[in-house]
Write a new protein. Structure first.
Lengths: 279, 283
């Protein structure tokens, strides 16, 4: 099965990008590919996540510059500080991928957590779910994206020469999943916020778009993908007959960040293997 | 904004489509022509398909060939099955295979002639264009080119791709009108909505063959089809104020959306719609 090739394009020479959720998965892959195509990248991850620095060194191995900055995207001051870090290190900020997200309140990146939300346990239904869980998911997945977006947009507006933002949503933005109302609602919110921001920032030539992945082979889907039987069952439900790779998502995000999409704003792109085409 | 395709033809770079063969309908002008140039620039051999009488097609092919790239011109009326099949066969005869297809042939209304500002401009307020008045021949003409033509094109190329057995990618040009009804243009809007649904069904039917099928649905783009708007300075200015990104689209904007979806960079994208429209329908 063909995967996105190592591109020969060089779309981001002289640009500076900030990528949240950069410690692993699609955020890591996007960081590496951005540097490969000429960008300098601020890799953002949780302050105590050593994989963030790992991403930065993997990206620098591509021959460009990357720094790791620890931040909790639910905190406005952290978001503002990470945008400032881009200015401090690289002097400007042109591009942003907001990829930080959690699948459920108990999620810890890289672990198959006990709060595994896909088994349909009725305790995860809205009528039972503790409100703290709901608030936690919305804080990271929705408010975190909003805070990230406006922190970088303020820098872009001050620079005065445009910019491009990609927010990672999910097929769950449109397809409800039992037991995952918090996640689905947060991702639907990202999609609507993207459209509102696209209108608000268009006069500044800042484009804002969403990539809404299907089931991708990243730490967030370990609960499904590490169980061979469940993995196979899910693959059978995907028209293109494979899980997505982080590179599939990274290339969608890079297209939307690049001048190749300079007339695209407020849009949603689904690299999902066609999983929702029939629904 | 992306630099023009012809400018990029001069500076060669290793492209995304080396060794691939593409067929592009509506290739004589506008977004089809720009896509053909950019595909060739990135290494594809291109069968440019247009109406048999359209001299712009052979001229374009000559320019691509002069730049050292592979292309042929094939005259075909996409509303005829035999001509679609013959066009696909011509591509296979010339290049040995077909990997990629852009179905960009389309008309704005029944009287449309590419490159002319036609009298029957179906702008809102032209009540002759309303469904209750529109001659059925007009309706049938638009559906036969914009919808049946895309279906016939898609299956003609897909049969070759299935025989080859190593996948493929198809992009159909729809329109923002696929989702937004336009007064006086029911035939156009319905045909484009049909393209979007056809794309989804074909995406499911062809996925087992690793043939991806997607739609690009432009806003108002500065091509021959939009001449009625773009040549009227007052209408153009009024329209540009209405587009969030403040300009008409360029053919290159659409071509790059198509090339992304045709490339392996979009290897996990099928059955989707992408709107390079300057944000015009976001609100």
């Amino acid at each position: 099965m063909p995967l996105p090739p190592e591109t020969s394009l060089n779309r981001f020479g002289g640009k500076v990008a900030l990528v949240t959720g950069g410690a692993s998965g699609m955020g890591r892959e996007a960081s590496i590919r951005l540097v490969r195509e000429g960008a300098s990248v601020v890799v953002v991850g949780l302050p105590d996540d050593e994989r963030g620095a790992e991403t930065a060194s993997l990206a620098e191995a591509e021959g460009g510059r990357a720094v790791y900055v620890g931040a909790d995207v639910t905190k406005e001051s952290d978001c503002n500080a990470m945008a400032q870090a881009a200015l401090d290190h690289f002097g400007r900020l042109d591009l942003c991928i907001a990829a930080a997200g959690i699948s459920h309140a108990g999620y810890v990146s890289g672990e198959v957590t006990e709060g595994e939300p896909l088994l349909g346990g009725a305790q995860r239904y809205v009528i039972h779910k503790p409100v703290e869980y709901w608030e936690k998911v919305l804080a990271v997945n929705l408010t975190g994206v909003m805070l990230t977006n406006r922190a970088v947009a303020r820098v872009m507006i001050a620079q005065g020469d445009g910019g491009s933002i990609v927010n990672i949503s999910s097929g769950a933005a449109k397809a409800p999943i039992r037991g995952m109302a918090d996640y689905c609602v947060s991702k639907a919110g990202v999609w609507m916020m993207t459209r509102c921001l696209a209108l608000e920032l268009a006069p500044n030539e800042i484009r804002v778009n969403t990539v809404a992945p299907g089931l991708i082979d990243t730490p967030m889907t370990l609960a499904v993908t590490s169980d061979e039987e469940r993995r196979q069952r899910r693959i059978e439900s995907i028209p293109l007959s494979r899980l997505g790779e982080p590179a599939d998502i990274a290339e969608a995000a890079l297209f939307l960040l690049s001048d190749q999409s300079s007339y695209i704003t407020g849009q949603i792109l689904h690299p999902d293997g066609g999983i929702f085409v029939g629904s | 904004m992306a630099e023009s395709g012809m400018a990029r033809l001069q500076g060669r770079f290793e492209g995304r489509f080396q060794g691939k063969a593409a067929l592009v309908t509506g290739g004589a002008s506008g977004m089809g022509a720009e896509s053909s140039i950019r595909l060739a620039n990135e290494g594809a051999a291109v069968a440019v398909v247009g109406l048999p009488s359209d001299q712009r097609g052979p001229d374009l092919v000559a320019r691509i060939n002069d730049a050292g790239r592979q292309a042929i011109y094939v005259g075909a009326d996409v509303s005829r099955e035999a001509e679609c099949d013959a066009a696909a066969q011509a591509a296979v005869d010339a290049f040995g295979r077909i990997d990629l297809c852009i179905a960009a042939a389309g008309i704005l209304h029944a009287q449309y002639v590419s490159g002319e500002v036609s009298d029957d401009d179906p702008s809102p307020g032209n009540r002759n264009g309303h469904i209750i008045n529109k001659p059925i021949e007009y309706w049938e003409k638009v559906l036969s080119v914009n919808l049946t033509g895309v279906m016939l094109t898609n299956r003609a190329v897909a049969r070759h791709m299935m025989t080859q057995g190593d996948g493929g990618a198809i992009v159909n040009i729809s329109s923002g009108a696929a989702k937004i009804p336009m007064v006086g243009s029911a035939d156009y809007s319905v045909s484009k909505a049909g393209v979007w649904m056809l794309t989804r069904v074909l995406a499911l039917e062809l996925a087992p063959h690793t043939i991806r099928v997607n739609t690009v649905a432009p806003g108002v783009i500065d091509t021959p089809m939009a001449l009625g708007l773009s040549q009227d300075e007052q209408r153009r200015a009024a329209f540009e104020r209405y587009v969030p990104l403040g300009r008409l689209g360029e053919a290159g904007d659409i071509a790059e959306a198509c090339l992304y979806l045709l490339s392996d960079q979009a290897g996990y994208v099928t059955g989707q719609i992408l709107h390079p429209d300057g944000g015009i329908f976001t609100g």
